[in-house]
Design a protein around this ligand. Sequence first.
Ligand code: COA
Length: 391
Amino acid sequence: MSIGIDQINFYVPKFYVDMAKLAEARQVDPNKFLIGIGQTEMAVSPMSQDIVSMGANAAQSIVTEDDKKQIGMVIVATESAIDSAKASAVQIHNLLGIQPFARCFEMKEACYAATPAIQMAKDYIAKRPDEKVLVIASDTARYGLNSGGEPTQGAGAVAMMVSQNPRILELNDDAVAYTEDVYDFWRPTGQPYPLVDGALSKDAYIRSFQESWSEYARRTNKQLDDFASLCFHVPFTKMGKKALDSILTDDINDETKERLTNGYDAATYYNRYVGNIYTGSLYLSLISLLETHENLSAGDSIGLFSYGSGSVGEFFSGQLVDGFKDVLDIEGHKALLNNRTEISVDDYEAFFKRFDNLEFDHDVELADEKNEIFYLESINDHIRQYNTLNQ
Ligand code: COA
């Protein structure tokens, strides 16, 4: 049975900060952020958008009335949990109006968790082919003002419908995961920001990729020549490029090197303007690849590398399905990115502090909102109330 990604969509908050301006404010050469890290703009989360509302916003346009009856499981992958007990999947299930006899839960392993969620969804559909699984990756990546990780922040969510006979990407049974206990990035319970060893996190990422890829190649007898393109977890666009370059060794032919390098540029185009969205970053990269690459065809193999600090990496693959471009909301995604509002570094800092202090400013955050969106309206007695804005 063919199982895979039938629908995919993303949501990012409507505010962003220009990375060159952030660099100036931090008295850093802008080229460090623009070229060295490889980020041009960074999505900023307003208090009105948390992992629940962003996840629901990413999912709402791909969940049809029929889907609401067919979805048997909702999994939210996140490392920005708003509650240590109640799963955000339960709230998203409610906001989307999915039938009540569904399993809903949250998964965690840093930026990796959406990948085991997809693999679990695939196994579930193999046993229940008439059902569907909604997988959502939703995060606010926050390292703190003036911190080393500040230029690698971002916010957003990706929603994917996993089903039989998928219309976008058929997943293969070839995933290879690699686990290594390493303190490269972690966030002890109760801490608002992660602790990170930046240099170690880059090394751990590359090692995890090399280990996953070489074991994958050994087990499957596949080579880089077999892939039309590769997608990576993208904490910042330079990171995946470093990992890719590390395996484009002298024995790889020039045509393959050029194809995979061009593919990487397409696969990181959206990420460059959004920043790190943690669990959703690999899947935002997949959307970017599918929507901005001009030479992909049905049947092409796509390799995907997922990474979560701590750490777990996984290399897996899929084949593009005939007509995959027709299922994507290419114009909607371009509009979502292009219609965002740039905010100054001062305003970004004010947004950041409001988010930390759980303070709302709906006059600023919801003004001129063009989309029909879910948003966080209030928090009373630690209970989050959501609403829909429809203008
Ligand atoms: N022009 C162009 N490039 C420049 C530059 C300039 N003026 N100044 C610096 N650079 C380059 C550096 O050479 C480096 O590139 P390289 O890694 O290819 O050598 C890059 O910019 C980053 O510089 P670095 O000194 O490593 O930056 P940093 O100490 O501020 O840390 C991160 C960068 C990404 C490690 C940090 O932002 C971080 O910890 N982020 C969160 C963790 C993370 O995302 N880890 C990734 C794995 S999950």
